[in-house]
Design a protein around this ligand. Structure first.
Ligand code: GLN
Length: 481
């Protein structure tokens, strides 16, 4: 029977003819069917994926050179545009809409030989931390289906966790790749802002959004990153910094091993005690292994979630104004007598509660009487953070933090108080506010039996160091104390 460990092993098996792309796709289609109750996929591209696998098998047999993601079975979050395929951002407002073009990441995946198996459930417009805000029902955590998988890329995380594809692409505006990776016990990588093109990604907050990777291993994340990164004429915010060979550079040692963590982060009252203890034990292990790990002061911890929600809702209120019932998807004009009524009805029915809340909040913080009190101040906080971050990286190579203050909670448990849900983003939004790369590594198991991760961040465009540290830490976690 087909068994997946890493992309590298899969490629060796393909070369040795002990498996085929078709066998891989058939295997994943079976698992997707068996685990449909998890609600991870909104649509499976069954026929297409089988056909593509057969074509790839044939070209390999003919000796045509194979791409770096040859036959790799990838799932995509339902915010990434794939030509002639539906994309809904898990929202009713995009019902019936099909993309007319490919996101740049899709072109890059296909050029590298990947097989796209389907589109994955998520929080509506990527707004949420539990995948309970989807118009198509929540996704369930495979480890315990009474619990959330995290969000907003919940379907993408569960698809990897439950073996429904090899790798998923998600998006991370404030933690949506790293947080579900933490809850599901897998690797979640958010690259530097500007490393990967956002062309064809449905926008939530454009100065924060970044496409990220959910994978079983650091190696698989590195190979995928190498493919999807790089300059793009369709997105002027993408850097033209050359793309390093992440997959091979990953194995080298880091130049130095100086890592900081925020004292206030580990002492924060919202942090689960067992998570704190296990991270502290791991820090001691790192020190024993020769790393220099030091606490630093970070007095702005409690400001970052408010700053994040002011700025992202402001950007969202502008980005989502295009969904008006005229241009895309759903329109409610039955009892509307005026254009204004049609807008109102379409948006009232097409957008879910959380999306409406954020559009309203965004309009509020941008309104003339409140602009300076909220938006300007939040921008100032962002600027302070950028300066402070530069300072930290002049002395340290990486920052270490928890990914989330708790393990996966129960479905419905945090639905009544939106602020409580927002505060769970305390450790992840920092990387998006300043634009640096971050990863969540599945290193720990809580005394309650659930997995949780360690978050690492490095300076802008230093994914090489991030991946090297990640690889080393995954190995170190395996070695007995
Ligand atoms: N949980 C955060 C939010 O609700 C992050 C979402 C994201 O990264 N897309 O905004």
């Amino acid at each position: 029977m087909f068994r997946f460990t890493t992309i590298k092993d899969y490629h060796q098996a393909l070369q040795a003819n002990t498996t085929s792309c078709k066998e891989a796709v058939q295997y994943y289609l079976t698992v997707i069917r068996e685990r449909a109750f998890l609600n991870a996929f909104l649509e499976v591209f069954e026929e297409e994926a089988l056909q593509r696998a057969a074509d790839l098998d044939q070209s390999r047999a003919k000796g045509i050179a194979v791409g770096p993601l040859h036959g790799v079975v990838v799932g995509i979050k339902d915010v990434i545009s794939y030509q002639h395929h539906a994309v809904t951002a898990s929202s009713l407002i995009l019902s019936g809409y099909k993309s007319t073009y490919n996101a740049t990441v899709i072109d890059k995946l296909l050029d590298a030989g990947a097989i796209i198996i389907g589109r994955q459930n998520c929080d509506e417009f990527a707004m949420g931390s539990s995948n309970e805000n989807s118009a198509f029902g929540p996704v369930k955590n495979f480890i315990d289906p009474s619990r959330v998988p995290g969000g907003s890329s919940g379907g993408s995380a569960v698809a990897v966790q439950a073996g429904m594809c090899m790798v998923s692409l998600g998006s991370d505006t404030g933690g949506s790749v790293r947080q579900p990776a933490d809850f599901c016990g897998i690797v979640g990588l958010k690259p530097t802002y500007g490393r990967v093109s956002r062309y064809g990604l449905i926008a939530y907050a454009s100065s924060f959004d970044q496409i990220g990777i959910l994978a079983n291993s650091v190696d698989d994340a590195a190979i995928t990153l190498e493919i999807i990164s790089g300059k793009d004429d369709f997105d002027s915010t993408v850097s033209d910094e050359p793309v390093p060979s992440y997959a091979s550079l990953l194995h080298n040692q880091t130049a130095s091993r100086k890592i900081a963590y925020f004292r206030q982060a580990l002492e924060h009252p919202s942090l689960d005690v067992n998570i704190r203890e296990q991270i502290e034990t791991f820090i001691s292990k790192l020190i024993a292994a020769g790393y220099q790990v030091e606490p630093i002061e970070f007095e702005w911890l409690d400001m970052i979630v408010p700053a994040y929600y002011v700025l992202t809702t402001a950007e969202a209120s502008s980005n989502l104004s295009r969904f008006d019932g005229v241009r895309y998807g759903y329109r409610d004009s039955q009892s509307a007598n005026t254009l204004q009524e049609m807008y109102t009805q379409t948006r009232s029915k097409g957008f879910g509660k959380e999306v409406q809340r954020r559009i309203l909040l965004g309009n509020f913080v941008l309104s003339s009487g409140y602009f300076d009190a909220y938006f300007t101040r939040a921008q100032q906080v962002r600027q302070l953070l950028v300066t402070r971050t530069r300072d930290i990286f002049s002395q340290y190579q990486a920052i270490l933090l928890p990914t989330v203050p708790s393990t996966a909670f129960r479905l419905g448990e945090k639905n009544t108080d939106p602020v409580e849900m927002f505060l769970g983003d305390i450790y992840t939004v920092f990387a998006n506010l300043v634009g640096i790369p971050g990863i969540s590594l599945p290193l720990f198991k809580h005394i309650n039996g659930l997995p949780f991760g360690l978050q690492l961040m490095t300076s802008h465009f230093d994914e090489v160091t991030l991946l090297r540290f990640s690889k080393q830490m995954m190995q170190l976690a395996q070695t007995p104390a």
